[in-house]
Ligand binder design. Structure first.
Ligand code: NDP
Length: 292
């Protein structure tokens, strides 16, 4: 059973990798670090981490290897020549990616005797090792995850989402999709309110309360409608939303704003009504997003 004395290696010391390695050092784990640009190991070495000259040396220093690079292409480029060094170890990949990339890396790892766990970090670097952070994990070998769970908990709370290696990335991208949708709405709202010179800070309390309230209503209500496939509503139907939406696009244009973020939504509402779903609620859009 790993303890605070169990060694860990971190490959990739960007903003996130540095935060991960720093948390491990602070928790007392002997931590070996490697980065393509070697100078980034300096601050971690000052904290007590051991810099390795090569990725291979770093991998061979610990049974648990955490990798956090820009993309999974970078992970493949770095690790493909190191499969022998990785054999028999557990590789935890916390690089952002897609479900198919995770499955492909898992298959490569399995073919080389490497235990592969994919992860999705639901935090910014400053949140690592605080109660606000959690990391999603998935992989075929749940026992390996459990064996290293105590060590991984040093980074953030752990959420195991299943044995399909692609599931961590799927959950990660779905959560971030919700966030980007909200961020896009906030950007358009501030642009609209700002088009009349109203400071964003003045409008912020109204917007925050509105978005939070709508989130608390829409997220569970949509889940219920989707899972029961019952989309009829007596609250806010698609025909009404479709009729109102041109006002948004017209107001953006009149206020000198670009419609890029929201113009596609009009097309989706049009299609929903044209396909006979005018009496349904916005939850119907979930089914219309599936490609034929
Ligand atoms: P950075 O840009 O700060 O760091 C990128 C790291 O990847 C650097 O260590 C860089 O090395 C390394 N790298 C890139 N390409 C290669 C390569 N071909 N070979 C070896 N090393 C390479 O990014 P972050 O640390 O912020 O992000 C890392 C991952 O974490 C990303 O997938 C990101 O999406 C994810 N993530 C980041 C969050 C954040 O808020 N920062 C939040 C959640 C997830 P070098 O220093 O030599 O350039």
């Amino acid at each position: 059973m790993p303890s605070t004395s169990s060694p860990v290696t971190v490959l990739g010391l960007g903003l996130m990798g540095t935060a991960l390695a720093s948390a491990l050092v602070k928790a007392g784990h002997p931590t070996t670090v490697w980065n393509r640009t070697a100078a980034k190991t300096g601050p971690l070495a000052a904290q007590g981490a051991t810099p390795a000259d090569t990725a291979k040396d770093a991998i061979e220093a610990a049974p648990l290897v955490i990798v956090c690079l820009t993309t999974n292409d970078d992970v493949r480029t770095l690790l493909a020549p190191e499969s022998e060094a990785l054999a028999g170890r557990t590789l935890v990949n916390l690089t952002n990616g897609t479900p198919s990339q995770a499955r492909e890396l898992a298959a490569w790892a399995e073919a080389h005797g490497i235990t592969y766990i994919d992860g999705g970090i639901m935090a910014v670097p400053q949140m690592i090792a605080t109660p606000a952070a959690y990391i999603l994990y998935s992989g075929t070998d749940e026992a390996a995850f459990e064996a290293h769970r105590a060590t991984l908990t040093v980074l953030a709370a752990t959420k195991w989402v299943g044995k399909d290696p692609g599931l961590a990335a799927l959950h990660d991208l779905a959560l971030l999709t919700g966030m980007y949708g909200m961020a896009a709405g906030v950007a358009q709202a501030y642009a609209l309110i700002g088009s009349e010179g109203i400071p964003a800070r003045e409008f912020a309390p109204l917007l925050e309360d509105w978005v939070a309230g709508m989130t608390h209503a829409i997220v569970p209500e949509t889940a219920e409608a989707v899972d029961t496939d019952q989309h009829l509503t007596d609250v806010s139907n698609l025909a009404m939303n479709r009729a109102a939406f041109p006002n948004f696009l017209q107001a953006y244009a009149e206020q000198g704003l670009r419609p890029d973020l929201f113009a596609p939504f009009q097309g989706l509402l049009d299609r929903a009504v044209e396909e006979g779903y005018g009496a349904d609620g916005l939850s119907r859009l979930v089914t219309l997003l599936k490609q034929d």
